[in-house]
Design a binder for this molecule. Structure first.
Ligand code: PLP
Length: 389
């Protein structure tokens, strides 16, 4: 039996509300590093992926402004038509050199980079072996590709091996994992993932959305962190997190990039990245290389937050990355904790189903290089009070 559109919408929203899964957007009137203004109230944010504060860096803003004046607000067309601007090419050269690869291709977002690349590489008859905690953009990419999807247990190399054995009868095989997982904040053993893939004749791809600019001696990502640069076949990342701009990218061999240019639909059928975003990203990558102190400051704050959460008994093990989740459990409890923290002037986002499993609702703290010692002390007080009632 069919229902009217408004009946359908009402039923779906009611279901979400009753399950504690209803989502809404909050209007942010001002965004200034670790401080945000919401509903007339200034809050300290532990929610941003702009880990190094680069989106507000004066040099990044100046570079974006210059590109805006030179090229205008939009690229005007697909890069394959007339939208391939010098700022795009320069950004791709910068990404390739930052990631120690020969070539790179940018996309309008990281989400589209995953969709466009996975679908360009595998299809029906092929198999994708995917970490069970991979991001929604990877899940969607896998589904859209039409390839067989085999999930291996999160970061479990024995499970990956079993799945690679299971996948042997498929044509081409692609192993895919995030390098820093966006919910748990843990790191995949990227060298082992790439090594196992190679052993079974599979290709390897990592999503460095949260790792670019963050881990590795020079912030180049997980390959640098594990001293295995060049071992992963396809390196994906985003320009919208630590890079502080917008867009996604793939870094790899020139032949891979040429294939994407020829067959990757989000690249061919979507307008090139806005020139200001491209120029901003190029400048950010330069700053990442020239100002390691930003990363040092970030990790000092990670250490402080880890210590605070351990003192409060909220986490057993310290996080190795700026993503520091605290599992609450029931959806309604997590939402209540969020609201109490918001009342006290903090934004700490809640992760709920389907982002995490049902009953595992999580508060996810993101550290920033811009958090001051005073702000961290305030957080400590707020979390202490939260625990007391
Ligand atoms: C955020 C994120 C993306 C998407 O990147 P956008 O540039 O925001 O579209 C992809 N993968 C992972 C793991 C992410 O966390």
């Amino acid at each position: 039996m069919s229902e009217t559109l408004s009946e359908y919408i009402e039923r779906k929203l009611k279901e979400a509300r009753e399950a504690g899964l209803h989502r809404r957007m909050r209007e942010v009137a001002r965004l200034d590093g670790a401080q945000v203004e919401i509903a007339g109230k200034t809050c300290i944010s532990f929610a941003s992926n702009d880990y190094l504060g680069l989106s507000r860096h004066p040099k990044v803003i100046a570079a974006a402004g210059k590109a805006l004046e030179k090229y205008g607000a939009g690229a005007g067309s697909s890069r394959l038509v007339i939208g391939n601007l010098s700022v795009h090419q320069e950004l791709e050269r910068r990404i390739a050199s930052f990631k120690k690869r020969q070539a790179a291709r940018i996309y309008a977002t990281g989400y589209l980079a995953n969709i466009g690349t996975v679908c360009a590489l595998v299809g029906p008859g092929d198999a994708i072996i995917s970490d069970s905690k991979n991001h929604a953009s990877i899940i969607d990419a896998c589904r859209l590709s039409g390839a067989k999807i085999l999930l291996y247990n999160h970061n479990d190399m024995n499970s990956l091996r079993e799945k690679l054995i299971e996948a042997q009868s498929f044509n081409n095989k692609l192993v895919i994992a995030e390098s820093i997982f966006s919910i748990d904040g843990d790191i995949a053993p990227v060298g082992d993932v790439a090594g196992l893939a190679k052993e079974f004749g599979a290709w390897s791809m990592i999503d460095e959305a949260h790792a670019t600019g963050i881990i590795g001696e020079n912030g180049r990502g997980a390959e640098e962190h594990f001293n295995c640069t060049g071992e992963v076949d396809i390196v994906m990342g985003t320009l919208s997190k630590a890079v502080g701009a917008q867009g996604g990218f793939i870094a790899g061999d020139p032949e891979l990039v040429e294939l994407l240019t020829n067959t990757s639909r989000p690249l061919i059928y979507s307008t090139g990245l806005a020139p200001a975003a491209a120029a901003a990203a190029t400048e950010s990558l330069k700053i990442m290389e020239s100002q390691p102190e930003l990363r040092e400051k970030l990790f000092e704050n990670v250490t402080q937050i880890n210590k605070m959460l351990a003192d409060l008994g909220l986490r057993e093990t310290p996080s190795e990355t700026p993503i520091i989740p605290v599992v609450i459990g029931k959806e309604q409890d997590a939402v209540k904790a969020f609201e109490k923290l918001f009342d006290k002037g903090f934004i700490v986002p809640v992760m709920r189903y389907p982002t995490v499993p049902r009953g595992k609702a999580t508060l996810r703290l993101s550290a920033s290089a811009l958090h001051t010692p005073g702000q961290l002390t305030q957080l400590h007080h707020a979390l202490t009070e939260l625990q007391q009632n």
